[in-house]
Design a protein around this ligand. Structure first.
Ligand SMILES: [Zn+2]
Ligand SMILES: [Zn+2]
Length: 744
C-alpha cells in the first residue's frame, strides 16, 4: 500500500504546533483528489480544523490515526513551487508553516466557490423566434419582449434579461416550457475592476539610454537568465515604460509577469497603465478585493488566463507557473517586509521565485535601499541607471532652511520666514501646498539650537531619546543612559531644546498664520476610517483645500499638478529616529517628497527646514545626488557594523505587564550568550523599544548582530523554543524578526 497517509498542518495558534504536521488516513474515495497543497477538514481532539496537505507517507507514525473528513477544494490552490516557497519562508523567518500558508492564501478560511449564474439562450433559429414573436405580440407582450432581446444577444444572464425586458420570471418560464429558450448555468468571474474600460495606452518612444537598458533586460528574459537587476532611475526618468516594454517581451515568449508595488493605494495608477497596454491579461491581487474576487483572480492565474498580476507585498505569491519577469517598483520601501508573523520580505521571496523560474527580478527605485545598491555595486547584482528625466525636465529645486538662523533672528514659530513667504505667494496664486512631517513624532530628542548638535550613542550611533519622566537621555539599542548636559557638547552654548512634533501642532500653526486657508490633515489618526485616505486625496485633488498636511503617506506616487510648494517642517524628526536606517529614510523621504512637486508646467519648489543643514542626507537630497549619500552612509554602516556588513536578528519581548519583562529579556539574553560561546556575535540590549508600548503591550527588544548568520539563526530559534518550555514564560510573547527592516 502506498501513500495512504497524509501529512497535514492544521491551523492551531498554540506555540510549537503551527509548524508540526500530523498524520491522517486518506479515505479511499479521496485518494485521487488529494495532492500536496490541498485543503482538508480534519478531526483534531474534539474539534474539526482546516488543514493543509503537505506530504504523504506509506505508513503512519503513530498507531491510532484518524481519517480526513472532507476535501475542501476541487483542485489544490497551491502549486508545488509555492508550497516549497512557504517552507523556505517558514524556515528562514522562523514562522510556523501554517502562518506562511495563511499569508500566501489570503482567503485561507474561506470556502469560496466559483460563482455561477443562470444564462438564457434561444433554443430555436432566429427566423422561428421572429415569427413566434409576431404571433404573441398582442397576447403576451412581455414574452415578445424577451424574444426581442434574445434575438439581439446570443446569451444573457437571467438577471440582466429581466431588467432589460421588464418581464417577470413567469414569462421566461412560459417560453422555456414552449422550448423556445434554454436556461443554463455558467461560471462568471467576479471582476475586481470598478472601472471597466481603460483608455488604451500606446508604446512610448524610448530615448537611447532607455532603449539600451531595455535591451539588457530583454536579453535576460530571452536567455532565461535569473538574477537581480537594480534599475536606479531618478523620479520621472521613465522606469514604467521600461517595465511595460520588458513585459511585452515576456508575453512574446509565452511567459508571465509579476509586478509589485509598495502599497494598495498605488495599484490603481499601475493598473491603469498596464490594462491600457495589455487589456484583460492584467489583474490585481490585494486584500481589499472581496473574497470572491480574490478567489476568481487566483483561479484565473492558475488556469493561465491571466498573464500579468499587480499588487502589494502578498501578490508575490500569485500562483503563476511560468514566470518570465518579476518587477518590484520602489524597491526601497519598508512595506515589502511584513511587520507581523510571518515577517517575510517580499523581495527575498521574489528572488527565490526568480531563481526557480530562471527569470530576472528587476528592482526599480530612485533611491535604492543601501543593501540593494551595495550588492549591485559589489557586482553580485546588475546595476543599471537612468540619470536623466524624460524630455530633460529639471528636478525640482530644493531649498534648505537653517532653523538655527531663524531662531537667532527671533522667529519662534514652526515656519521660517522663507517658508512663510512662499506659502503666502502660492496661496495668493490659488495654487496648492503640501506640508510634510515625519510620521513618527513620538521620539523626542535633544538638539542644540545654536549649533545643531544632536546627542548620539557612542556605541550604536543612534540618536538618544529624551525621557521626560526621568529627565534622562537613553539609547534604545544598547540601553546606554546619559544625563541631559547643561551645556552643549558641541559649542558649549546653553540653548539645548527637546524636539518632537506632531501633525496636529503643525495644523494649529498653519491656522494661526493663515486663518483663511482651507487645511486638510492626513495622518494615522485622520485615516483610520476605511477609505478616508482616498477621500482626503480626492478632496485635495479637486482643489477643495489649499494646504495638505501629512506624514509619509502623502509622499508616495500621487500626482497633484496644482501643488507648487512642498514644505518639510522639520527634517530632523526623521533624521533622529532611533533607528540605524534613519539617514537612509530621510534621504528617501526628502527625495520622494520633492518628486511630488513640479510635475506640471506650473513648476514647483521644495523647502526643507532643519537644524542640521549640513547632514549628508539633507545635502544629498538637496542636490539629488544619490551616490554621495551612499558613500557617506555605507562608511557609517561599516564603522558600526550594521547591514550590509552584518546580519541582524531582532528579538522583541512584549507583555501586558511590565513587571517581569526586563528580567525575562535578561534571562533570554543569558540563554543566547551561553549558546553563542565561541561564535563571533554581538548582542545589543535588552532595553525598551523606541515604541515602548503598543496596543497595551509593553515592549523590550534585543538585537543579535553577526556575520555568522546560520549560527545566530539557529541559536535564536532554539532559545525561542526553549523559552516557552518554562511555565510562567507564556505571559510574555517573543517575536523573532530576521533581517529586520525597522527597529522601532
Ligand atoms: Zn547604544
Ligand atoms: Zn551647540
Amino acid at each position: 500500500m502506498m501513500n495512504q497517509y497524509a501529512r497535514v498542518v492544521v491551523d492551531l495558534p498554540a506555540p510549537g504546533i503551527g509548524d508540526r504536521y500530523f498524520h491522517y488516513k486518506i479515505p479511499k474515495e479521496f485518494l485521487s483528489q488529494i495532492q500536496e497543497g490541498t485543503r482538508v477538514m480534519v478531526p483534531f481532539g474534539s474539534r474539526k480544523l482546516l488543514g493543509f496537505v503537505v506530504g504523504f507517507d506509506s505508513s503512519p507514525e503513530v498507531d491510532r490515526v484518524k481519517e480526513i473528513n472532507r476535501v475542501v477544494d476541487p483542485f489544490p490552490l497551491l502549486t508545488k513551487e509555492l508550497l516549497d516557497l512557504a517552507r523556505w519562508i517558514s524556515d528562514l523567518y522562523i514562522s510556523p508553516l501554517v502562518e506562511v500558508l495563511k499569508a500566501i492564501l489570503p482567503n485561507f478560511y474561506a470556502t469560496t466557490k466559483p460563482k455561477e449564474v443562470t444564462v438564457i439562450k434561444l433554443a430555436v433559429q432566429q427566423k422561428e423566434a421572429l415569427s413566434y414573436r409576431d404571433k404573441i405580440k398582442r397576447r403576451a407582450p412581455k414574452q415578445a419582449q424577451i424574444l426581442e432581446v434574445l434575438m439581439q444577444q446570443k446569451k444573457i444572464p437571467l438577471q440582466d434579461l429581466l431588467q432589460v425586458s421588464g418581464a417577470g420570471r413567469q414569462s421566461v418560464k412560459a417560453l422555456q416550457e414552449k422550448k423556445l429558450l434554454i436556461m443554463d448555468r455558467e461560471r462568471v468571474m467576479r471582476e475586481p475592476f470598478q472601472q471597466k474600460l481603460f483608455g488604451l495606452s500606446s508604446r512610448l518612444q524610448l530615448n537611447p539610454k532607455q532603449s539600451e537598458l531595455l535591451g539588457i533586460i530583454k536579453h535576460k528574459i530571452d536567455k532565461k537568465l535569473p538574477g537581480t537587476i537594480l534599475l536606479h532611475g531618478v523620479t520621472g526618468s521613465g522606469k514604467t515604460e521600461i517595465y511595460l516594454q520588458a513585459i511585452e517581451e515576456v508575453l512574446k515568449n509565452g511567459r508571465e509577469a509579476l509586478v509589485l508595488v509598495p502599497e494598495i493605494s498605488l495599484t490603481p495608477q499601475m493598473v491603469k497603465w498596464f490594462r491600457g497596454r495589455f487589456g484583460s491579461l492584467v489583474t490585481v491581487l490585494h486584500s481589499r478585493l472581496s473574497q470572491g474576487e480574490r478567489y476568481d483572480q487566483w483561479c484565473r492565474i492558475r488556469e493561465g488566463e491571466i498573464k500579468i498580476a499587480i499588487g502589494p507585498r502578498s501578490a508575490v505569491f500569485a500562483p503563476f507557473t511560468n514566470l518570465g519577469i518579476i518587477i518590484i517598483d520602489e524597491e526601497h520601501e519598508t512595506t515589502y517586509k511584513q511587520e507581523e508573523s510571518p515577517r517575510y520580505d517580499a523581495r527575498e521571496a521574489a528572488k527565490k521565485r526568480g531563481d526557480f523560474y530562471s527569470c530576472p527580478v528587476v528592482l526599480g527605485s530612485a533611491t535604492p535601499s543601501v543593501e540593494a545598491y551595495y550588492s549591485a555595486r559589489e557586482g553580485k547584482d546588475l546595476l543599471i541607471s537612468l540619470k536623466e528625466r524624460v524630455e530633460h525636465r529639471p528636478l525640482p529645486p530644493v531649498e534648505v532652511v537653517d532653523l538655527k538662523e531663524e531662531l537667532s533672528g527671533g522667529n519662534r514659530t514652526l515656519f521660517s520666514s522663507i517658508l512663510y513667504n512662499h506659502m503666502e505667494k502660492v496661496l495668493s496664486r490659488k495654487q496648492q501646498i503640501i506640508l510634510f512631517l515625519n510620521r513618527r513624532g513620538f521620539a523626542t530628542f535633544m538638539v542644540c539650537r545654536e549649533c545643531g548638535f544632536v546627542l548620539r550613542c557612542s556605541n550604536c550611533s543612534i540618536t538618544l531619546t529624551y525621557h521626560a519622566s526621568q529627565d534622562l537621555l537613553k539609547c534604545h539599542y544598547c540601553h546606554h543612559e546619559k544625563r541631559v548636559p547643561e551645556q552643549c557638547p558641541g559649542c558649549g552654548g546653553s540653548c539645548i531644546r527637546f524636539l518632537g512634533l506632531g501633525t496636529q501642532r503643525v495644523e494649529k500653526g498653519v491656522k494661526d498664520l493663515f486663518p483663511r486657508a482651507r487645511v486638510l490633515r492626513m495622518d494615522m489618526d485622520a485615516t483610520t476610517r476605511k477609505g478616508s485616505h482616498q477621500d482626503i486625496f480626492k478632496v485635495f485633488q479637486r482643489g477643495e483645500a489649499d494646504i495638505l498636511i501629512g506624514t509619509q503617506m502623502i509622499a508616495k506616487g500621487l500626482d497633484f499638478p496644482r501643488v507648487t510648494l512642498v514644505g518639510v517642517i522639520l527634517a530632523d524628526t526623521a533624521l533622529n529616529l532611533p533607528d540605524f536606517r534613519s539617514g537612509e529614510r530621510t534621504f528617501q523621504l526628502l527625495t520622494q517628497v520633492a518628486g511630488r512637486t513640479g510635475r506640471s508646467s506650473l513648476g514647483g519648489k521644495v523647502i526643507v527646514q532643519t537644524f542640521n543643514p549640513d547632514h549628508y542626507s539633507i545635502m544629498a537630497a538637496k542636490h539629488h545626488d544619490y551616490e554621495s549619500f551612499f558613500e557617506e552612509e555605507i562608511s557609517l554602516r561599516k564603522e558600526f557594523q550594521y547591514p550590509p556588513f552584518n546580519r541582524l536578528i531582532r528579538v522583541v519581548f512584549s507583555s501586558l505587564s511590565e513587571k517581569f519583562l526586563s528580567q525575562k529579556a535578561g534571562e533570554f539574553k543569558g540563554m543566547l550568550e551561553r549558546s553563542l560561546r565561541g561564535i563571533q556575535a554581538e548582542i545589543l540590549g535588552p532595553c525598551p523599544c523606541p515604541l515602548s508600548k503598543v496596543r497595551g503591550r509593553y515592549r523590550w527588544h534585543l538585537v543579535l548582530k553577526s556575520l555568522e548568520f546560520a549560527e545566530i539563526h539557529r541559536v535564536s530559534r532554539e532559545a525561542w523554543q526553549e523559552f516557552y518550555k518554562t511555565a510562567g514564560n507564556r505571559e510574555i510573547r517573543i517575536t523573532l524578526d530576521v533581517n529586520p527592516i525597522t527597529m522601532l
